[in-house]
Design a protein around this ligand. Structure first.
Ligand SMILES: [Zn+2]
Length: 253
């Protein structure tokens, strides 16, 4: 009898100690005023993202989102860490301040930078989700997690924010004078293509509302006729994956 009670206690203790991994924030102490400003700007964004992913997109392992450092933005699977350097945060703001930046009415440089940064963090979190759940990805993972980031923003009624974030790719693209072999060899699609893919999902989410996004030049390619289907297919696929993560979270409760 005593043995049985001991075994039961052990099982209960083991169950209590099983928990799904949480995403948490760490901060590298800023070294100068610029880094301090970058930290002040990015910290609330990172915290919002962490609250969202801990609630909606659970992981097996603990993930650390680190602001500061020299590398990144990237996801390091060995350390289960997302790195967002201060220099990159400043870079995003610099790009949106450039005269080439086309911002929608009512969207400030700070707003656009915030949305751009959220997209980047969601992209890196997408890599973490794929790695953590060992999700099979057919095609380029970089494209898949770009889609993940844009979809999350659309699903949370932040489609206008997703559009402003996509502008970051367009601004990167403007800085390219010519392509060389390494651009095609790189793991990411070209910035102009990343912009176009985001545009297609945004348009596809509500073709009537976003009809103004497809100008004459784009309309000539007729891609928009597939965008709604692409949005629906990609939404369904990612929802299936996310449901799987939620089932696991409920089992761990
Ligand atoms: Zn990536």
């Amino acid at each position: 009898m005593l043995k049985t009670i001991k075994s039961l206690l052990l099982i209960l203790l083991c169950q209590a100690s099983i928990a799904y991994g949480k995403t948490q924030l760490t901060v590298t102490p800023p070294k100068d005023e610029q880094q301090r400003t970058a930290l002040e700007f990015a910290k609330p964004i990172a915290n919002t993202l962490i609250t969202l992913v801990n609630e909606e997109y659970p992981l097996y392992q603990t993930l650390t989102l680190t602001l500061g450092g020299d590398d990144g933005p990237l996801f390091d699977p060995e350390q289960m860490q997302i790195l967002i350097p201060y220099a990159f945060i400043n870079e995003v703001q610099r790009r949106f301040r450039s005269p080439d930046a086309v911002l929608e009415k009512g969207v400030s440089v700070q707003d656009a930078s915030r949305y751009g940064l959220i997209h980047v963090m969601l992209h890196e979190f997408g890599h973490a989700l794929v790695f953590d759940h060992d999700i099979p990805i057919l095609g380029k993972e970089e494209d898949a997690v770009d889609t993940f980031a844009t979809l999350i923003m659309i699903w949370h009624q932040k489609t206008d924010h997703a559009f402003a974030a996509a502008e970051l790719f367009a601004l990167h693209d403007l800085e390219v004078d010519e392509f060389n072999e390494s651009d095609f060899w790189g793991e990411h699609s070209l910035d102009a293509q990343r912009y176009a893919s985001a545009l297609c999902l945004i348009y596809g989410s509500d073709p009537e509302k976003y009809s103004n996004l497809i100008n004459e030049e784009l309309a000539g390619e007729e891609r928009e006729s597939y965008c709604q289907e692409e949005f629906e297919n990609q939404s369904r696929n990612w929802e299936r994956i996310i449901d799987m993560a939620r089932v696991f979270k409920n089992q761990m409760k």
